[in-house]
Ligand binder design. Structure first.
Ligand code: HEM
Length: 205
C-alpha cells in the first residue's frame, strides 16, 4: 500500500517535471507582464519624444504622466521578477545554436536590468531636481508619490551635480534600451521568418 503510494507520487512528480521542460510557450501571466511592460515603456518613450512638440501648458502634464508611467513600470518590474523566480520560462527549441541561446540569455538579463534601471534612474534624477520640494509628485494626479529624501535633503550644489549625473544615466540607459529592443525584435523575427520557428507564438496567446 505504502509502496503504491510512493509509486503514484513519483509518477505525478515526473509528469509535472516533464510538463515544465516540454512546454514551448510562456504562461498567460508571463505574457500579460511582457506585453503590459512593453506597452507602458513604449508609451513612455513616445511621450518623451513628443514633449517638445507640445504647447507649453501641456508639457508639464506630459512629463508628469511620463513619471507616473515609469513608476508603474517599476512596480510591474518588481512583480514580474518575483513571479519569474518562481516560474521557469519554456525551453528554447533544441535546434537553436549555442551562441543564440547565450545571446538570448544575456539580452533577456539586460532587458530585466533595464526595466529597473530606467525608472530608478528617472526617480533619482527627479529627486535631485532643485524644484522637487515645491512640485510634489502625484501618480496620475491622484496618489502622492515620495521623492527619495536622502537625495532631496542634500545641499543644492551636490543636488545639482547629482541631477546632471542621474539625468545622463537615464539618457544612456535609454540608448541602451533602444539598442537591446532592436536586437530583441530582430532575433524574434529571424527565428520566425528565416528559421521558420513558431517564435512569436511562444509569447502570444
Ligand atoms: C519605463 C520607465 C522609463 C523610461 C523608459 C524612461 C525613458 C526616458 C527617456 C528615453 C528620456 C529622454 C532622456 C534624454 O534623452 O534626455 C527620459 C527623460 C526623463 N525622464 Fe524618464 N523614463 C522612465 C521612467 C522615469 C521615471 C520613473 C521618472 C521620474 C520619476 C522619469 C523622469 C524623467 C525626466 C524628468 C526626464 C527629462 C524630461 C525633460 O525634462 O525633458 N523617467 N525618460
Amino acid at each position: 500500500m505504502t509502496s503504491n503510494l510512493h509509486y503514484t507520487l513519483l509518477i505525478t512528480l515526473m509528469a509535472s517535471i516533464s510538463t515544465v521542460s516540454t512546454n514551448t510557450r510562456y504562461t498567460r501571466t508571463a505574457m500579460v507582464f511582457h506585453w503590459l511592460v512593453a506597452l507602458l515603456i513604449s508609451a513612455n518613450i513616445l511621450l518623451i519624444w513628443i514633449v517638445d512638440l507640445l504647447p507649453d501648458e501641456r508639457q508639464r502634464l506630459a512629463i508628469d504622466t511620463h513619471k507616473s508611467l515609469g513608476i508603474t513600470v517599476l512596480g510591474l518590474a518588481v512583480l514580474r521578477l518575483l513571479w519569474r523566480f518562481a516560474h521557469q520560462p519554456p525551453e528554447l527549441p533544441g535546434s537553436y545554436a549555442r551562441w543564440e541561446r547565450r545571446a538570448s540569455k544575456v539580452a533577456h538579463g539586460l532587458l530585466y536590468a533595464l526595466i529597473f534601471l530606467m525608472p530608478l534612474s528617472g526617480w533619482l534624477h527627479d529627486s535631485a531636481w532643485k524644484d522637487a520640494a515645491t512640485h510634489p509628485m502625484q501618480l496620475f494626479g491622484l496618489v502622492p508619490w515620495p521623492r527619495i529624501s536622502l537625495i532631496m535633503n542634500l545641499e543644492p550644489a551636490t543636488k545639482e551635480m547629482l541631477h546632471d549625473a542621474f539625468g545622463a544615466l537615464h539618457e544612456w540607459a535609454g540608448f541602451t534600451l533602444y539598442a537591446l529592443f532592436a536586437l530583441h525584435v530582430a532575433g524574434a523575427l529571424k527565428h520566425q521568418w528565416r528559421d521558420k520557428h513558431k517564435e512569436l507564438q511562444r509569447m502570444w496567446s
